[in-house]
Ligand binder design. Structure first.
Ligand code: MN
Ligand code: MN
Length: 307
């Protein structure tokens, strides 16, 4: 059989990278011809994870090469978050934990979607269901993805199953979960060498809400105020992106990973929707969202409802 590629979403996070790598390892143990690849550069957190796990980063692709006939999607399904030529390739599998939207295929496929906190949680179950041993290295990758997506179990997207599986993976990986988890999350907040444009693109996802095109970018921080010392530059860059991509709303979510709050910056002709959705007033385009840390569970749903 010809090679299949496995990849997560654009602007990959730790789950998108580690789930692609772990699923590659699972498939290889079944004798399948697969390659984990990525659709963008690694963030600092993921770099830390791969360095600690002693694993090379997956190959970067711009588009799926003509020689590849089929792909497997992990950690996403919405086409605008996937590779640009996704419509030209056959999708054979999707393993995900997000809403299903803008998803359509010509052929039947395997879809495994569960409302859990992380793709890696589902993958761990798939390893077990198939009696495939989880190596120490794969356990570390899967664990890191769960820590990342659940912000060390503090996000409301985290289910008891995510935490239970993470603790079992920590045993296999011989990792102290709290110590390693905090170090990993902190590594991701080192933004010292990032350009403003890079900050906005690092963890950005595009959504269709009603008839509107909405981009939501998230930055994890230990000090929210520090990010907003650059508000002017951020706004200039966001306005550029809005113009270039014809967006109706750009929402920047800066999340305090220690205190579990977010302060958002909203720009675009539909920014009023942010005030309605969260019952806040934007002051200088900004508002504090108490207790909000999850884009998926606390932002996309609420905001989507107002469109
Ligand atoms: Mn993700
Ligand atoms: Mn995920």
């Amino acid at each position: 059989m010809t090679k299949q590629l496995i990849f997560g979403h654009k602007n990959p996070d730790t789950d998108s990278i580690c789930s692609a790598l772990a699923y590659q390892s699972f498939k290889k143990q079944l004798g399948e011809n697969v390659e984990a690849v990525r659709l963008g550069s690694l963030n600092k957190e993921t770099e830390y994870v791969l360095r600690e796990a002693n694993v090379d980063a997956p190959r970067l692709i711009e588009k799926v090469e003509d020689s590849i006939k089929a792909v497997i999607l992990v950690d996403h399904n919405e086409f605008q978050q996937s590779v640009d030529n996704i419509r030209d390739v056959k999708i054979t599998e999707v393993i995900d934990h997000h809403r299903i939207a803008n998803f359509e295929t010509n052929d039947p496929l395997f879809v495994r979607v569960e409302p859990v906190g992380c793709t890696a949680t589902i993958l761990t179950k798939i390893f077990r269901e198939n009696n495939i041993t989880i190596s120490e290295q794969d356990a570390r990758l899967l664990l890191s993805a769960i820590i990342s997506d659940t912000l060390l179990f503090k996000s409301p997207t985290c289910t008891p199953e995510d935490e239970k599986i993470a603790r079992e993976l920590a045993d296999i990986a011989k990792v102290d979960i709290e110590e390693y988890g905090l170090a990993m999350l902190k590594a991701g907040t080192d933004l010292s060498d990032k350009l403003v444009s890079e900050l906005l693109a690092m963890d950005a996802k595009e959504f269709t809400m009603g008839d509107a095109k909405v981009e939501i970018a998230q930055i994890n921080a230990v000090d929210i105020a520090e990010i907003y010392t650059q508000q002017e530059e951020l706004e200039a860059e966001i306005n550029k992106v809005i113009e270039e991509r014809n967006l109706d709303l750009f929402l920047l979510v800066v999340t305090d990973i220690i205190n579990s709050n977010s302060e958002v910056l909203a720009l675009g002709n539909r920014s009023k929707h942010v005030e309605t959705a969260f019952e806040v007033e934007l002051l200088a385009n900004r508002a504090l969202l108490e207790g909000v840390v999850s884009r998926k569970k606390q932002i996309v749903t609420k905001l989507g409802d107002t469109f």
